[in-house]
Design a protein around this ligand. Structure first.
Ligand code: ZN
Length: 1015
């Protein structure tokens, strides 16, 4: 019985139905299985408060393609999903929302209340972003979903911190950091950006002490930092100042005497810095100078909120910009002001709050990256080695460079953030007076509260004392500043410490510290299993899940190679001695039509959910796969979709950034507002959604497959499965199977090499052109023929089965919908031997075909036939012959080729609209022929009586004249010695080639003109 598919593919209905079916069947779930090799991907966890954007759509589609493909190949495929707490990004979003709604700051709420509020937000946002991932078809094992603040992740973070603290890789120190005065936290270099900002460049003088007429002039863009000056610096070779080195100047605002020092790195007349003030606590170069001259001292003048602190004397409490004015004014009054220039100053901003960064001296925690004092390789070197010796491979391999270059700097990693949302640092502080006898014990100074525990619990406690406690053996009491780190799971020790007056560090860890552990923590490292709060989720058990580690592939963006990829490798090697993944695939980026990155604030982006709404998920997925090649980023021109009629109006630069508030639709003439980051809706003017016609290709492809399948299903009356003997099949079947086998092999190779765009091209070409446009057309005759039909049905269902398997990783919804329909009509199918098909394409085997199927001889013969058919169609178009008119064609060729054409005549006739076809070595040229010259044959299409000969002769003559003119021009140029000598060789060669081509075309035109005239 024939199965009838609805006329058109309805993506929305298909998506809902498939998602439900797949999840009910639990296809995406993976459990450890010793019989099957695992294939594991851990998702780069999206920010929990984020929304799906094109970057996510691309990155996650590619992960899904890999997971679905490997699952079909029989691997035990696990794609582990989750979200990131994204410390500063999330806290700043929620703080801003609370302030908008309640006019309250985090300090009004207090730490516990703020963290509780963020958790409430988190649950809602997490559900939203996970739901969006489902929408794009992500075949994640949802029961293993993790969040970076889950207890199991928190334990991994604390365990790593504890080990690194114990082993001396983690230390606390005062360092100059990038300080965000609005969020009051340090931010990483990568979280800042530099912008040319209008500012001032002031010059002042400091009087030299003891030389009434002498002074030293210097310039600054931040006069308020004078309050923290601890020296003035000149170049050691500068004769003008040599006599002043060693003297002092007077800092007028504070009355401090500060030395004049010589330092060739900081002051360099060649760079225009004759004399410079030195403010070690508020400038990175001055800080470096202080490290070379620690005797000058270091003075911090800022409070965390950017106001002047007690060290600023009478300026205390002033905002730094108010202080700038006041300090300058004072210099004017003292006659020490020299002048001011307006300048564009490269100012650094915090990417989170968009406010200027202050270099700021503060207590921070660091991971030491450099090599160890004992000469052993440090963490940076271990991490470098994993890539240089090939344990981790980058695809494309050029990205290994970014990883290696950054690590080679071996800069310590600042891991503390002054936030409330995140993993709190597990270190407790207290100063304690230690009597001399304690120093004499082997263990050294130990806080009193811990002494009774130390024998039993020494593995759970790491103690450090910060100040020098004097020599063991002297007979004095010593005050010791203790830092105690407690291993996770020892809450009793934490309570004991706090009861004894220890306080816990209030900072949290950098988000990347917990992300670095993601491949470990999601699998339950270090174990044992922790109870799971949410019943729908499985508690990870490292003992069992260890087999998923190292994971197989990480798919991520080049922006976080250093921030994340390198640190995961570091953490994996440090914690378990093995890399976290074997392959890193770096995705290209989707840019807007002008080459800029897409962002919500620019209003130049495309919302993947809108695309899914308009074109369907398969179209979205096909697009992102098709642009993910080896090379570069891809531009996606964006259009505004008219909210009235759906017409697409291309986006122009002037539409961006809210510069255009109204457009008129050229199709329906109604007004609308272009898409953008509008703060509110406009009740008068509907806002356009952003879309792009680039997604039409994928939509059309899905429809093409739908229609082809629909046609096949309507022609399956009386279908009976039976084995097929491939070598005995008719030519067209052997050609199709050869192409299918070759395509399946090429798709597999492309996937193995992460050449995604190649995968899209291969399946598109095979399905659209070879299967639908050629083979199905050719099969139509056989389907009408009782005797030929059963075999044609078997080949059609068998090949369609293979196509759906090949297409499934890229376009799972249309593939599954058609698979289900095919299962109804032909549950048992396949070549050469039919089998009962799997109930879902998700769990179907990845197709591999016998290599004997690939038959270059048959493919060549077919290519020849396609050339003939295409050529005849071309001639029909060129001479504007009515499509219904049958053409008579004579082909001059070798006997063997002729035999082949004759064998295929049954197809060539209908495909090319041919009335009579004759072929052979002695075939006569018909009257008024149009000829078609190909390497292995020349075909003549008789046009006698079909065309207006006079008009065609005139057209041929005109075209010949034009080409002759072009040829003369080219020849004249080539005859010019000056040109040939001076032009680039490739330019000369191109001109020669084009002259040759023109000659060839002219000869062909003349010949066909002669043919026309023979009539
Ligand atoms: Zn319209």
């Amino acid at each position: 019985m024939a199965t009838e598919l609805p006329k058109a593919y309805e993506p929305k209905a298909a998506q809902e139905k498939c998602l439900k079916f797949w999840e009910e069947r639990g296809y995406f779930h993976s459990d450890p299985d010793p019989a099957r090799e695992p294939y594991t991907i851990v998702i780069p966890p999206p920010n929990v408060t984020g929304a799906l954007h094109m970057g996510h759509a691309l990155n996650n589609t590619l992960q899904d393609v890999l997971t679905r493909w490997r699952r079909m190949q029989g691997y035990n495929a696990l794609w582990l999903p989750g979200t990131d707490h994204a410390g500063i990004a999330t806290q700043s979003v929620v703080e801003r929302l609370i302030y908008q709604q309640e006019k309250k700051t985090r300090h009004d709420l207090g730490r516990d209340e703020l963290v509780k509020r963020i958790w409430d937000w988190k649950d809602r946002y997490e559900a939203r972003i996970l739901g969006q991932l489902r929408q794009i078809g992500a075949s994640c094992d949802w029961r293993r979903t993790r969040f970076t603040l889950d207890p199991v992740c928190a334990r991994a973070v604390r365990e790593t911190f504890f080990r690194m603290f114990r082993d001396g890789y983690i230390y606390r120190g005062k360092r100059l950091v990038n300080w965000d005065t609005q969020l009051q936290t340090s931010v990483a270099d990568d979280e800042t950006y530099t912008e040319e900002t209008r500012g001032g460049f002031w010059t002042f003088r400091y009087p030299v002490e003891g030389l009434p007429d002498a002074s030293i002039a210097f310039s600054t863009t931040r006069p308020e930092t004078m309050l923290g000056d601890t020296a003035v610096c000149v170049h050691p070779g500068d004769d003008r100042y040599r006599h002043l080195v060693g003297r002092y100047v007077l800092q007028p605002h504070t009355g401090r005497k500060i030395p004049i020092i010589a330092d060739g790195l900081l002051a360099d007349p060649k760079l225009g810095t004759d004399c410079v003030k030195v403010t070690p606590a508020h400038d990175p170069n001055d800080y470096a100078c202080w490290l070379r001259h620690p005797e000058i001292g270091i003075i911090n003048i800022l409070n965390p909120d950017g106001t002047i602190n007690d060290n600023g004397g009478e300026y205390r409490g002033l905002d730094r910009y108010k202080a700038r004015e006041a300090v300058t004014q004072r210099m004017v009054e003292l006659g020490l002001y020299v002048g001011r220039e307006d300048r564009l100053v490269p100012l650094r901003y915090s990417d989170r709050s968009k406010t200027p960064i202050e270099p700021y001296l503060s207590d921070q925690w660091f991971v030491q990256m450099a090599d160890r004092d004992d000469g052993k390789p440090g963490l940076a070197q271990l991490t470098i080695d994993a890539v240089t010796d090939g344990r981790v491979k980058f695809f494309p391999d050029r990205y290994a460079r970014s990883y290696l270059d950054w690590l080679a700097e071996k800069r310590d990693w600042c891991i503390s953030r002054q936030l409330w949302w995140g993993h709190q640092i597990p270190v407790w502080y207290k100063s304690e007076v230690i009597p001399p006898e304690v120093f004499k014990t082997v263990a050294g100074p130990v806080p009193k509260a811990l002494r009774p525990l130390l024998r039993e619990r020494s593995n759970d406690i790491a103690i450090r004392w910060v100040n020098k406690p004097g020599r063991a053996g002297d007979d004095q009491d010593h005050t010791v500043d203790f830092q105690v780190c407690v291993r996770p799971g020892n809450e009793d020790i934490e309570r004991l410490l706090e009861a004894d007056g220890f306080t816990r560090d209030g900072d949290v860890l950098d988000t990347w510290f917990s992300s670095a552990l993601w491949p470990l923590s999601t699998l339950g490292w270090p174990g044992p299993t922790l109870p799971e709060e949410r019943t729908e989720r499985l508690p990870p058990d490292w003992g069992k899940l260890r087999s998923y580690y190292p994971t197989s592939t990480l798919v991520t963006s080049r922006d976080i190679i250093t921030l994340w990829v390198a640190r995961m490798v570091l953490a994996g090697l440090y914690n378990v001695g093995d890399v976290p993944f074997r392959h890193v695939y770096i995705t290209p980026k989707v840019l807007d039509g002008f080459g800029d990155t897409m962002s919500k604030s620019k209003g130049n982006g495309v919302d993947p959910l809108d695309i899914i709404d308009i074109y369907g998920t398969d179209a979205l997925r096909y697009y992102v796969v098709s642009i993910a090649g080896e090379t570069q980023d891809s531009r996606l021109p964006v259009a505004n979709q008219c909210p009235h009629c759906g017409h697409l109006i291309p986006q122009k630069p002037e539409h961006l950034g809210l510069r255009t508030s109204k457009l008129t639709c050229p199709a329906c003439k109604k007004p609308f507002r272009p898409g953008g980051p509008w703060p509110t809706d406009d009740p008068e003017l509907p806002t356009a959604k952003q879309a792009s016609d680039r997604f039409e290709q994928g939509r059309n492809f899905a429809n093409k497959m739908w229609n082809a399948t629909r046609f096949i299903l309507m022609n399956l009356d009386g279908y009976t499965p039976a084995p097929v003997e491939v070598p005995a099949l008719p030519t067209e079947d052997r050609w199709l199977l050869s192409r299918l086998a070759a395509t399946a092999r090429a798709v597999t190779t492309a996937l193995e090499a992460y050449h995604f765009s190649e995968v899209a091209r291969l399946i598109y070409d095979f399905v659209w052109s070879e299967f639908c446009d050629w083979y199905i057309e050719m099969a139509k005759g056989r389907l009408r023929d009782e005797a030929a039909r059963p075999l044609a049905q078997r080949v059609l269902t068998g090949v369609l089965d293979g196509i759906l398997r090949l297409v499934h990783p890229v376009m799972p919804f249309v593939a599954e919908s058609l698979w289900q329909a095919l299962n109804e009509a032909a549950a048992e199918r396949g070549l050469p031997t039919p089998r009962r098909a799997e109930e879902s394409v998700v769990i179907a085997r990845w197709p591999t075909y016998p290599s004997e199927w690939i038959d270059p001889g048959v493919e060549t013969r077919f290519l020849r036939m396609q050339e003939l058919v295409r050529g005849v169609r071309e001639i029909r178009n060129r001479y504007r012959v009515d499509p219904k008119t049958r053409l008579d064609v004579a082909v001059k060729c070798l006997e063997a080729v002729a035999a082949d054409f004759n064998a295929l005549a049954a197809f060539i006739g209908p495909l090319a609209g041919i009335g009579s076809l004759s072929a052979g070595p002695h075939t006569a040229k018909p009257r008024q022929p149009a000829s078609l010259v190909r390497p292995e044959f020349t075909a003549y299409v008789s046009l006698a009586g079909l065309i207006d000969v006079a008009a065609e002769v005139a057209r041929h003559e005109k075209e010949t004249a034009e080409k002759l003119k072009a040829l003369d021009a080219a020849r004249a140029k080539l005859a010019n010695d000056g040109f040939v000598k001076n032009a680039k060789p490739e330019v000369v060669q191109a001109l020669r080639d084009s002259a040759d081509e023109l000659e060839r075309q002219i000869a062909a035109l003349r010949e066909s003109l002669a043919d026309l005239k023979t009539g």
